[in-house]
Design a protein around this ligand. Structure first.
Ligand code: DC
Length: 230
């Protein structure tokens, strides 16, 4: 599927810390990074801008197949480009995440994104962050990790992140959103959120991203993947 290119998958629900941990690992390994959630968010944003209703599955799948999206760094700052515009900030909005979770339940959308995601597996290797990286997109990955954390802790983390950005939402509303999103992502028929049978599970409730990364590194080393720790 990805030939002999090595892939490490980090799956888990929102707020489990997989984004931070994946970034950290990709930086240490000097590997490519796939934030697959950003692709679903991009479809949501592009569909919203084109005024495509969430019920028009065929049109949404076309957006997923033909949207012009790319990831880049400019002066060390991460950019996500949609039709050449940096939409990094717009993608992180709660409304975009909610719509992305709804759109992600459509099999035709998932199918349209499959090859885009697999095409990210390039040398020297890929760290892939998402919900179905180890189960569907990269079933032959070298190392698979599934991160969990209690729903309360995940809502708290998200609340803190939003507060840092100056966005004021109530913790109670956020907890409700997090649990609705969890249920939708875990109960859909197409590639539901679940740990691959051969995934190693880490509960990050009481762990910092650095501690989680430190637990993963020995597994990578055991699989013959060397990190560039200073
Ligand atoms: O990780 P995130 O919050 O950026 O993801 C946004 C939504 O996209 C999430 O609620 C579910 C969906 N998603 C998915 O279904 N499969 C993936 N591999 C990644 C994200």
């Amino acid at each position: 599927m990805t030939g002999d290119i090595r892939v490490v998958t980090i799956d888990g629900p929102s707020g489990s810390g997989k984004g931070t941990v994946s970034r950290c690992l990709a930086a240490q390994l000097r590997w490519h990074l796939l934030d697959s959630g950003a692709l679903y968010r991009l479809v949501a944003l592009a569909a919203e801008r084109r005024r495509i209703p969430g019920t028009d599955e065929a049109a949404l799948a076309r957006v997923a197949a033909d949207m012009k999206a790319s990831f880049a760094y400019r002066n060390g700052v991460e950019q996500v480009l949609l039709e050449h515009e940096d939409v990094h900030a717009a993608l992180r909005a709660e409304t975009c995440g909610k719509l992305a979770s709804k759109i992600a339940a459509i099999p035709a959308v998932r199918h349209a994104l499959l090859e885009r995601q697999r095409a990210c597996a390039r040398r020297p290797g890929l760290v892939a962050d998402g919900r179905d990286m180890g189960t569907v997109v990269f079933p032959d990955a070298t190392v698979k990790v599934f991160l969990t954390a209690s729903p309360e802790e995940r809502a708290l983390r998200r609340h803190k992140q939003l507060k840092q950005k100056g966005i004021d939402v109530s913790l109670r509303d956020l907890s409700k959103d997090v649990s609705q999103r969890d249920q939708r992502d875990a109960n859909r028929t197409a590639s539901p959120l679940r740990a691959a049978e051969d995934a190693r599970v880490i509960d990050s409730t009481r762990l910092s991203p650095e501690e989680v990364t430190a637990r993963i590194l020995p597994w990578l080393e055991a699989a013959g993947i060397e990190s560039n720790r200073a």
